[in-house]
Design a protein around this ligand. Sequence first.
Ligand code: SF4
Length: 369
Amino acid sequence: MAGIYVHIPFCKSKCRYCDFASFPDKIHLAESYMACVYREMSMRKEDLKDYEFDTLYIGGGTPSVVDESYIAMLVTAAKKYFNVKKGAEITIEINPGTISAGKVEMYEKCGINRYSVGLQTAINSQLREIGRIHTLNEFVTCAKLLKGKNFSVDVMIGLKDQTADDVIKTIEVASAFGASHISMYALSPEDGTPIYTDYLNGELPDGDEVAEMYEAGVKKLEELGFFRYEVSNFAKKGKESRHNLNYWRRGEYIGFGVAASSCINNIRFTNTFDLDEYFKCILSGHLAVKSREEIDGEGQEEEFIFLALRTAAGIDLEEYKKRFNCDFTEKYSSAIAKTSKYTELSDKRFYIKPEYLFVQNSVIVEFMR
Ligand code: SF4
């Protein structure tokens, strides 16, 4: 199984915590940018002709900020240039401040069947604080437009002045309005973003407070019928994100657009983060790859272990043997013994106990050389 990712790097304004490739002042370039993405796809067509793609993920930035006809053309281009499986999962990220009934109608028509909505928090003062353009009311309107459809909601924890009750309220709102999937991420203050100053000033919740919010969130999610299948991801039965599962299973993926990453044939390559350079490359008939790294056998194994241990299912021992031609339990017997308080070993799987998934890094490190 392989996935396609397309990066749409435009937003209405920059959130205070954002260090993604997004350019709020360049939205007037959206039409030319999309034309370049279609062209980049056509350039990759030949190389990927033997691949079958099970997912297409349109992320950003804010894909819902650009004209819906560009998105429809994008889905059409992906289906034209690549072998996109019948029944493929096709997701678009939506900001509740940039959605309309017309957009949802067009998305449905072109085959989009999954939505990822960036709510982050149901507390308006916190939304303002982190620089989101939408309010809780706008989320409610958006969720009503998506009624009966398969949609995920992003929830952030670790925001300034946020409490465990705020997290619970946010989850309750997302669930009440029909979310089938919830991603609950801890804010990561990145150097160079305005929120980093708040972090340096000690204004953000500390590690213990964030852990408390996470625990409260997990409890509420479980009560509401969402099961945890990855450290930050919770779904109703059968509603896991196939696109993300492919990443965690170390499947192959191809990325299009500025800053998009790919991993094909154990070669990881990433496009330039510079929008002008992206335009120049594509318009002159060249790919816009900026960095390229070949992953050797050891690297592949480390990635496989690292990614699998993020998931509730953990490492499939048979799959490990098939890929690396050795027995996981023999090779890592001492690390398994050392982490036994936090992990579980069955005939088929090795995984981190659900209650310790949040501190997975301290377990995973024992398996890295
Ligand atoms: S909407 Fe997303 S990509 Fe855009 S500025 Fe905010 S966090 Fe960044």
